[in-house]
Write a new protein. Structure first.
Length: 343
């Protein structure tokens, strides 16, 4: 077979590990050839590709980002996009596609399958919010980066008796925030699933600082966290060219209100794209490699319209119709566990 692979949407650590695994098993086990499309679906639409083999993938396992590049372009947002995908596949003799992406990219994969394109999905999102899998690669790395940052901020916060507000990724779900906050000993964690009352946040800070002369506070805020209705007025949201709301900056809003209401000096650290970059953790390398192997197996077994997923430490397949269109929130159990350490 001749198999195409692409990485779409935002980048994250572990993408290269998936590519490497697909190529290794495809070439060594099945005798396939593999085509890597540049910049996600754009490469398929525009016939922009490179030949991938084992030699080309040497050394990429520990590399962050993606050697293929990525973008948020999708076939259904481009004129004649689906027909151009078919044409590219026909011209190159590509029998099937493996699409590595998040909910939006996998939604496009679902629609392509419905339109007759043989495609298999691999779940990828730094936010870990794809409902049909227990874990996405890149997430563990992001949590570790955020935890390391929180550990470092503790020392400077304690030196000055300051409040530190740390903003982490998490557009619709607070998985990074809640786990990094719990692992890093945060005083409070604010997540999109639960709108926060800024006065309650300030009350917690006052009580914490009154208990001792030097008692610094670390607040972890997911970028998608929102104040309870009527408590803080936020500026109008901006959108990017793909219609996504531009997030980032809620930490500054929280910090400004905390300092104004409590009088405690408050500083902001926004981790941003630092969480996406660099070397993936061993967990993410292993998970990504397992996904890649399972994806090429799915292609050879004709399991098109399916996504590989992690269930109870087993790699399984889930129908893309069930895997997309809904997100996985932070569980009540995990949130309740974290609140035991709020102060």
């Amino acid at each position: 077979m001749r198999v195409g692979v692409l990485t779409a949407g935002g980048d994250c650590p572990g993408l290269n590990a998936v590519i490497r695994a697909v190529v290794r098993k495809a070439e060594w086990h099945y005798g396939d050839s593999v085509v890597g499309f540049h910049d996600g679906y754009r490469g398929v639409i525009e016939n922009d590709w490179t030949e991938l083999d084992v030699e080309a993938c040497r050394g990429i396992l520990p590399r962050g980002g993606t050697i293929l590049g990525t973008s948020r372009v999708e076939p259904y947002s481009v004129h004649d996009g689906v027909d151009r995908v078919r044409l590219t596949m026909s011209e190159l003799g590509v029998d099937a596609l493996i699409a590595i992406g998040g909910d939006g990219s996998l939604g496009a994969a679902r629609d392509l399958h419905d339109d007759g394109i043989p495609i298999v999905g691999v779940p990828k999102t730094i936010d870990n919010d794809i409902a049909a899998t227990e874990m996405t690669f890149g997430f563990d790395t992001a949590v570790q980066i955020a935890t390391d940052a929180i550990d470092r901020l503790h020392t400077t916060a304690e030196s000055h008796d300051r409040v530190m507000v740390v903003e982490v990724m998490g557009r619709h779900a607070g998985h990074i925030a809640i786990r990094a906050g719990l692992a890093g000993g945060a005083s409070l964690t604010l997540v999109p699933e639960r709108p926060f009352d800024i006065e309650s946040v300030c009350d917690s800070i006052r009580q914490r600082h009154q208990r001792a002369k030097k008692y610094a506070t670390i607040i972890v805020v997911a970028e998608g966290a929102e104040p309870a209705e009527g408590t803080i007025e936020l500026p109008p949201a901006e959108r990017d060219q793909f219609g996504h709301i531009r997030l980032g900056g809620i930490a500054q809003v929280v910090a400004t209100e905390v300092e104004r209401r409590t009088g405690y000096e408050t500083r902001v650290t926004i981790l941003g794209h630092v969480q996406r970059g660099g070397t993936p953790t061993s967990f993410d390398r292993v998970l990504a490699s397992r996904y890649g192997v399972a994806a090429i197996d799915a292609v050879h077994e004709g399991a098109f319209g399916q996504m590989v997923a992690l269930h109870a430490d087993d790699i399984v397949r889930v129908d893309l119709n069930k895997a997309t269109g809904r997100l996985k929130p932070v569980s009540d159990e995990l949130y309740d566990a974290a609140t035991q350490f709020f102060s």
